[in-house]
Every structure is written in structure tokens, then in C-alpha cells.
Design a protein. Structure first.
Length: 188
């Protein structure tokens, strides 16, 4: 924990750095004291405090590892569930942040609709930010991450047969064949 920094009516305090498997997490709390003058002419003012909290997550791995990246993104999504919105940024534009943004949208769609089309989601984001998912390797990684997520223990899916529904088994839509290993169909 660092020393609190005060500037006027704003107090900023940084929390401890927690190290995850492939990320660092630090919380920053900001307290703003707002003063309101009363409508009745008296020398006193009323004040109230506004507390804000920001959680900073830094992905520290420089290698594309699907398990580590999915764990990081799952943690970021769990933080956003009770703390608000997530802002993805990266040092070189839209490389990793674009991947995280598109994957987050895909996983939200998978959780809510249980149906997703990767090219449609990527295309919708590309209309806003052209640099998103610039390489075929990132496109392949999206498919690998969605496959890994669908096989996780936290996701239940039905294969369409009453006796074939399962938890944690491989989804036949993602079982690779020799042709699928060589070809990825994408609208670029």
C-alpha cells in the first residue's frame, strides 16, 4: 500500500499489487470531497464524499498462450461484473486490446445466446476499428479461445441429443479434423 496523495479536495490511494498467473492487479481508490453551499446564507457549507474505485489489470505475458489469456480475460470479466466497465488498452494500438475486446464480446454472446458467429462479431468491430484482429494467427486464436471456453467446466451445453448432453466434454462444432487444421474461413 502506498502513501495516499492529496491534491485539494481529491485523495488518491493505490492498493497492493496482486500477482496472478500471467497478470498484475492493482486497485486505486479515489475520494473526492464535494462542497455545496447552502441556499440559506450561512457561513457553513455542506460536503459529501464521492468514492471511485479503479482496478488496473496488466497482462504480463508476451507470448500468445490461450490458457493464460483466457484466464486473464475471465478474471477481467469477473471484475467488470461487480465493478463496472472494462477498458482494454495496449501499447501498439489494437493488437492485444482488440483481441481481448472481440473475445469478450464473443464470450458474452456465447453466455447469453449460446450461439455465435466469429466473422460477424469481428466484422462488426472492424467497422469501428479497422486494426482489430489484423492477422490470421489472431483469428485462429479466437477460435481456439472460444473452443477452450466451451470446454471449460463452467459452461454447460447440449449437443442436441438427450443422452449426449454433457458438461466439460468436447463440443463437436470445435473438434478439429485435418482439414480444419489447415483452413480457417474468415471474412477479412
Amino acid at each position: 500500500m502506498s502513501e495516499p496523495m492529496t491534491c485539494g479536495n481529491i485523495n488518491v490511494e493505490a492498493g497492493l499489487v496482486h500477482l496472478g498467473a500471467s497478470w498484475e492487479e492493482q486497485s486505486i481508490s479515489i475520494t473526492v470531497q464535494k462542497r455545496k453551499k447552502s441556499l440559506i446564507p450561512t457561513p457553513t457549507t455542506h460536503s459529501h464524499f464521492v468514492d471511485l474505485s479503479v482496478t488496473h489489470l496488466k497482462y504480463t505475458s508476451t507470448v500468445y498462450n490461450t490458457e493464460k489469456f483466457l484466464a486473464f480475460l475471465s478474471h477481467a470479466r469477473s471484475c467488470s461484473a461487480h465493478q463496472g466497465k472494462v477498458l482494454y488498452t495496449c501499447r501498439n494500438g489494437a493488437d492485444m486490446s482488440g483481441l481481448a475486446c472481440v473475445l469478450s464480446l464473443l464470450l458474452d454472446r456465447f453466455d447469453n445466446d449460446h450461439y455465435l458467429t466469429v466473422p460477424l462479431v469481428v466484422g462488426a468491430v472492424k467497422t469501428i476499428r479497422q486494426q482489430v484482429i489484423p492477422t490470421l494467427d489472431q483469428y485462429k486464436m479466437l477460435y481456439q479461445l472460444v473452443k477452450l471456453y466451451s470446454e471449460s467446466e463452467s459452461v454447460y451445453y447440449n449437443h442436441g441429443h438427450a443422452n449426449n448432453s454433457s458438461k466439460g466434454q468436447s463440443n463437436p462444432a470445435f473438434v478439429s479434423t485435418s482439414d480444419e487444421d489447415r483452413y480457417v474461413y474468415a471474412n477479412l
